[in-house]
Design a protein around this ligand. Structure first.
Ligand SMILES: NC(=O)c1ccc[n+]([C@@H]2O[C@H](COP(=O)([O-])OP(=O)(O)OC[C@H]3O[C@@H](n4cnc5c(N)ncnc54)[C@H](OP(=O)(O)O)[C@@H]3O)[C@@H](O)[C@H]2O)c1
Length: 300
């Protein structure tokens, strides 16, 4: 099978296509023919020199999202050959990851792909969807509270806007560029800003962009959850009753629920660009350039 792997830390040029034996599924594992994956900021952060996210060994296949088709499944797992599935599948210490044509995955980690979209589109759901869902739950929003989502045009922020709006929360969206304001209004934000100075003051902040220059975005006693890696400044912590980082965990049941929300029309999945596996280097350059409205998708 073909894989896209890094052979060293470095620029996009360290990503090359390799031949590798297809994995043999172990006990409890399904063999999945991967149809598509995505590029997320974590993949770029894992690739660059000096990264704290060190890989187990080289060559290392990266990628966290999988949408694919079950080839074989353990008896009694509930899965059968031909089933369309999605999962969050981070790189493993043995060098395997998501940017490979086949993956052996514990059957209990699989969720049904949404039926209303194709698999390349479905690949945009697992990491960004679970991240947004879990951080929103941690914010524990109450009726009437005002929420600011930063990085709202991005993969995680865009999911957060849609999930919160679907739950009846009034969402204000902060984006990096004026031309993205209409896109986040389309996702369900009540208002959109491209400058934090004009956004106002909020009971709660879902930070997907590491935007801490304006502590007064958070009211005294408000709550902030960030998914960025940036340190939360003391000025924000002093104002907040809660100011925390949140890190995504795989959750098959919640992924199943998110898949159902796609089919119910409550979440729109956004593909910014599609590249074949062979063009992994160009795909990384596109992802790193920013300004995306959705995910860069890799097809196998
Ligand atoms: N904690 C976790 O478990 C977890 C899980 C997944 C992701 N993450 C992190 O969450 C962050 C977002 O991920 P993502 O997949 O949503 O990335 P993304 O699709 O690249 O979205 C990030 C968005 O933030 C925007 N942005 C950057 N600076 C901004 C600013 N000052 N004000 C407003 N918007 C700004 C970007 O705009 P431009 O493109 O125009 O710069 C982009 O629209 C990344 O740091 C990622 O590593 C964390």
């Amino acid at each position: 099978m073909k894989t896209a792997a890094i052979t060293a830390y470095g620029g996009p040029e360290v990503l090359t296509v390799h031949d590798a034996p297809a994995p043999e599924p172990g006990p409890g594992e399904a063999l999945v023919a991967v149809v598509a994956s995505t590029i997320n900021p974590v993949d770029v952060k894992t690739r660059i020199p000096g990264t704290p996210q060190r890989v187990g060994r080289f060559p290392a296949v990266l990628g966290w999202d999988i949408a694919g088709i079950v080839v074989t499944a353990p008896a009694g797992s509930g899965w059968a050959p031909g089933d369309r599935v999605i999962t969050m599948h981070p790189p493993a210490p043995d060098g395997s990851g998501s940017w490979q044509q086949y993956a052996a995955i514990p059957a209990e980690r699989l969720a049904p792909a949404p039926e209303s979209v194709d698999l390349p589109t479905a690949a945009t759901l697992p990491l960004a969807g679970l991240t947004a869902d879990q951080a929103l739950r941690r914010l524990d929003l109450h009726a009437g509270e005002r929420l600011l989502v930063t990085g709202a045009a991005g993969g995680v922020g865009g999911m957060a806007v849609q999930l919160a709006a679907a739950a009846g929360i009034e969402v204000t969206a902060l984006v990096s560029r004026p031309e993205h304001e209409s896109a986040v209004l389309d996702l369900g934000a009540a208002s959109a800003h491209s400058s934090p100075a004009t956004a106002g003051e909020f009971d709660t902040i879902f930070d997907a962009a590491g935007v801490f220059d304006y502590p007064r975005l958070l009211r005294e006693g408000g709550r902030l959850v960030t998914v960025s890696d940036d340190t939360i400044p003391a000025a924000v912590e002093q104002r907040a009753s809660m100011a925390v980082h949140n890190y995504v965990q795989h959750d098959r049941q919640r992924l199943r629920a998110l898949s159902a929300l796609v089919d119910a029309g409550k979440i729109t999945l956004r593909v910014a660009d599609l590249y074949p596996l062979a063009d992994i280097e160009q795909a990384h350059r596109r992802a790193e350039a920013g300004g995306l409205l959705g995910k860069v998708v890799i097809t196998m």
